[in-house]
Design a protein around this ligand. Structure first.
Ligand SMILES: NC(=O)c1ccc[n+]([C@@H]2O[C@H](COP(=O)([O-])OP(=O)(O)OC[C@H]3O[C@@H](n4cnc5c(N)ncnc54)[C@H](O)[C@@H]3O)[C@@H](O)[C@H]2O)c1
Length: 252
């Protein structure tokens, strides 16, 4: 496929690819020519079928990103199936219940840290060596506006996403000179399973829409296209950057 962001011959892993931003991102990379490994705690069968129906190439691998053995297995199986790894999108994430900090449970705090922070750490720990082995490539970490500013009612998530921003910057500077560009995306509110509860409540939907300057909720495809750009040669001088895709929410 000619043009910008050509992924012909490239191998891309997207975690949390069953739904939302992950599913849209997997489909976007496949459309641009990549062989896509759709990883998720639950099977990503629907995403793989949609990619194949559109003429693309994809497989599903079950992986709990918080489980070290699962992540090692994900990278090994990807290399076994497609011969290499060029791009890793650490997208899988978990949002704790919305409540004040003192009412958050230790279990929800630990789970959020395990999935949102340790999951990204493990993805890079085992994914970057494979990308180096392939001669270089890119990592895109899906952070959040909650990694740049705080929102009430989600302290564990705010802490976790700030940590992902830190991990992205740390890895970004460590591997920039070695041929792996690591960047992050900080999405504003996006329609997905994670935010379905808010979308179903008209008052909440209007409130979260009002946080940005287009007064709406983003579609997952609007994050996917930025991920595809960031991981491509078109973004060759970008490293350790956190790109807000939030219609100006965090600019004000
Ligand atoms: N929706 C938003 O408004 C929004 C805003 C900013 C950032 N994000 C981030 O975007 C990413 C994708 O979220 P989404 O909005 O598409 O929600 P989503 O719930 O549709 O997608 C999350 C996916 O991650 C998977 N997952 C959860 N725990 C996992 C684990 N331990 N191992 C593997 N997979 C796991 C889920 O099964 C699901 O498919 C998350 O990191 C989220 O924090 C979302």
């Amino acid at each position: 496929m000619a043009g910008m962001c050509n992924y012909d011959g490239k191998v891309v892993i997207v975690t949390g690819a069953r739904s939302g931003i992950g599913a849209a991102t997997a489909k976007k990379f496949a459309l641009l020519g990549a062989k896509v490994v759709c990883a998720g705690r639950r099977p990503c069968t629907d995403t793989v079928e949609a990619i194949k129906a559109a003429g693309g190439e994809a497989i599903a691998i079950n992986c709990d990103v918080a489980n070290e053995e699962d992540v090692k297995n994900l990278i090994a199986k990807t290399v076994e199936a497609y011969g290499k790894l060029d791009v890793l999108v650490n997208n899988a994430g978990s949002l704790p219940p919305t409540r004040d900090l003192v009412d958050q449970t230790v279990e929800d705090f630990d789970h959020t840290m395990d999935v949102d922070v340790k999951g990204v750490f493990l993805g890079m720990k085992y994914g970057i060596p494979a990308i180096l082995e392939a001669g270089g490539g890119a990592v895109v970490n899906i952070c959040s506006v909650a990694g740049l500013v705080a929102d009430p009612g989600m302290a564990p998530y705010v802490a976790a996403k700030h940590a992902v921003v830190g991990l992205t910057r740390a890895a970004g500077i460590e591997y920039a000179g070695k041929g792996v560009r690591v960047n992050g995306i900080a999405p504003g509110f996006v329609a997905s399973e994670m935010t379905q509860g808010w979308m179903d409540d008209p008052e909440m939907k209007a409130l979260v829409s009002s946080y940005n300057w287009q007064n709406r909720i983003a579609d997952p495809s609007e994050i996917a296209s930025v991920a595809a750009f960031l991981a491509s040669d078109e973004a060759s001088f970008m490293g350790a950057a956190i790109v807000a895709v939030d219609a100006g929410q965090t600019a004000h």
